[in-house]
Structure formats: structure tokens, C-alpha cells
Design a binder for this molecule. Structure first.
Ligand code: NAP
Length: 247
């Protein structure tokens, strides 16, 4: 059994997930850095996290694979005895106008972003209930609230994460487990670098802060919701978007 705080961050090989893993790292903390297909990048995250003190380890599994998720969380619980914090961050985009969207583009995004959040949450929930402590933070998106042309699959998944967050929060609030979401606006990562420059310029014009956000700014919000100081906050969506959406 471990005396450390055990933190699992999904999709932490780069971008926002990496910033979250590094922010959450520190003395008396063990951070598990999940990735799907980028082992070297995940190892780099592990090195960055360990440089803040504490320990870390990279772990491969696809959040959309029910058997892999079950087996991986079972292994974590066997090794460490508990999971204190789960950050459901792994996500993908497969953008297309709805008129042209293939069922595969729909399924891939729903399975990774929404079903992945369900599977990982389910895999930790019984142990959190037993230990009467837990923090789950789900990474949704501003487009889950306001929508975005070309992202019906992505915005549906992210809106679904908000519903899941609020329902699960109600199910387990009496067990001292909180479930919250962080909704980033447009953040400088590989995901947004894939957007054509013309669309990036148009998006920038919608941001009152007149700049993209940094992954570290999202990580700070996640770390707060995962902290003991946030014990009376549950079922909430914390927007980190430079004023783009104030709903
Ligand atoms: P990113 O740079 O593309 O990184 C995505 C991460 O997810 C990678 O670590 C990737 O790992 C992992 N991943 C993808 N599919 C996975 C799977 N099936 N199982 C496990 N891990 C998987 O994206 P990002 O911009 O950092 O986004 C992180 C989260 O923030 C996502 O949920 C995204 O929807 C959300 N978000 C981003 C923005 C933004 O502006 N960037 C805005 C709002 C919300 P591998 O490389 O190993 O596959």
C-alpha cells in the first residue's frame, strides 16, 4: 500500500494532459501518465513530472477499449492500493460538416472522448467509494456548450461529458467524492495546430482576451478542482477560455 497521493491522467503524452500531469506532480505524489500511441512523448512527460519531486510512470492503454481500461486500472489498484485523482483528459477530433461526416468519424470521437470518460470513471469509482475519497476532473470544451460548425461529433461528446459529470457528481457526493469538469476554450496544442490558419484567425477574433490559452492555464484549473481545497465544489464546469463564453 502506498502513502503517496495516486493520480491518473489520461492522454498525458502531450498538450493539455502533459501540463496537467506536470502540474499535479510533486513530493508524496505518484502520477500515472496514460497514453495511447506515443510512448516516447509519454516518457518525456514522466521525466518532466518526476523533476517536480515524487514519482511517475507512463502507462499505455486506449481509453476507448473496455478490456484494456479494466485491466489497467486493476493493475494500478493492485500496485498502489488506491487512486485519489482521475483526470479524464484523453480526446481526439475528427472534424467534418455533418452532411459529410462518416459513421466512423462519429464513433471514433464519441468512443474516445465520451465513452472513454465513462469507462475510466467506472474503473475507479468503486475503490473511491470504499476509501470515501476521490476527485474526478473531466476535460470538456467550450464547444460542448456553444457548439462549433464542423464539430457535431466532438461537441456532442463534450456536451455528453458535462451531463455525465453532473449525474455522477449527484450519485457520489455523499461519499466525499467530487466530480467536476474543466472547459478549455482554444488552447495552443497539436490539436489546435491542425486547424487551418484562416480558421485560427477567425477563432482568435472571438476571444476577448485576444490570445489562445496555454496548456498550463488549463492545468491550474484542473489542479484546483483536484485539491482538498475544492472539497465543497462538485458537478461544476469551470471555463478556461479568455472570456469566449461566460455561460
Ligand atoms: P492533443 O495535443 O491532441 O493530445 C491528445 C492526447 O490524448 C494525447 O496524449 C493522446 O495520446 C491522447 N489520446 C488520444 N486518443 C487516446 C486514447 N484512445 N486513449 C488514450 N489516450 C488517447 O490534444 P489537447 O489539445 O492536449 O487536448 C486534450 C484534451 O483537451 C482533449 O480532451 C481535448 O478535447 C480537450 N480540449 C482541447 C482544446 C484545445 O484547444 N486544445 C480545447 C478544448 C478542449 P497518444 O498521442 O499517445 O495517442
Amino acid at each position: 500500500m502506498s502513502e503517496q497521493r495516486i493520480v491518473v491522467v489520461t492522454g498525458a503524452s502531450r498538450g493539455i494532459g502533459r501540463a496537467i500531469a506536470v502540474e499535479m506532480a510533486g513530493p508524496k505524489t505518484h502520477v500515472i501518465i496514460n497514453y495511447n500511441s506515443s510512448p516516447e512523448a509519454a516518457e518525456q512527460t514522466a521525466v518532466l513530472a518526476a523533476s517536480r519531486g515524487g514519482t511517475s510512470a507512463a502507462m499505455q492503454f486506449s481509453v476507448s477499449d473496455p478490456d484494456a481500461v479494466k485491466a489497467s486500472f486493476k493493475q494500478i489498484l493492485k500496485e498502489h492500493g488506491r487512486i485519489d485523482v482521475l483526470v479524464n483528459n484523453a480526446g481526439i477530433a475528427r472534424d467534418n460538416l455533418l452532411a459529410f461526416m462518416s459513421p466512423a468519424e462519429w464513433d471514433e470521437v464519441i468512443n474516445t472522448n465520451l465513452k472513454g470518460t465513462f469507462l475510466c470513471s467506472q474503473a475507479v469509482i468503486k475503490s473511491m467509494i470504499k476509501q470515501r475519497y476521490g476527485r474526478i476532473v473531466n476535460v470538456t470544451s467550450v464547444v460542448g456548450v456553444i457548439g462549433n460548425a464542423g464539430q457535431c461529433n466532438y461537441s456532442a461528446a463534450k456536451a455528453g461529458i458535462i451531463g455525465l459529470t453532473r449525474s455522477l457528481a449527484r450519485e457520489i457526493v455523499s461519499r466525499k467524492i467530487t466530480v467536476n469538469a474543466v472547459a478549455p476554450g482554444f488552447i495552443d496544442t497539436e490539436m489546435t495546430m491542425a486547424i487551418p490558419q484562416k480558421s485560427r484567425d477567425a477563432l482568435l477574433a472571438q476571444i476577448p482576451a485576444a490570445r489562445y490559452g496555454a496548456p498550463e492555464e488549463v492545468a491550474a484549473a484542473v489542479a484546483f478542482l483536484a485539491s482538498d481545497a475544492a472539497g465543497y465544489i462538485t458537478g461544476q464546469v469551470l471555463h478556461v477560455n479568455g472570456g469566449m463564453c461566460m455561460g
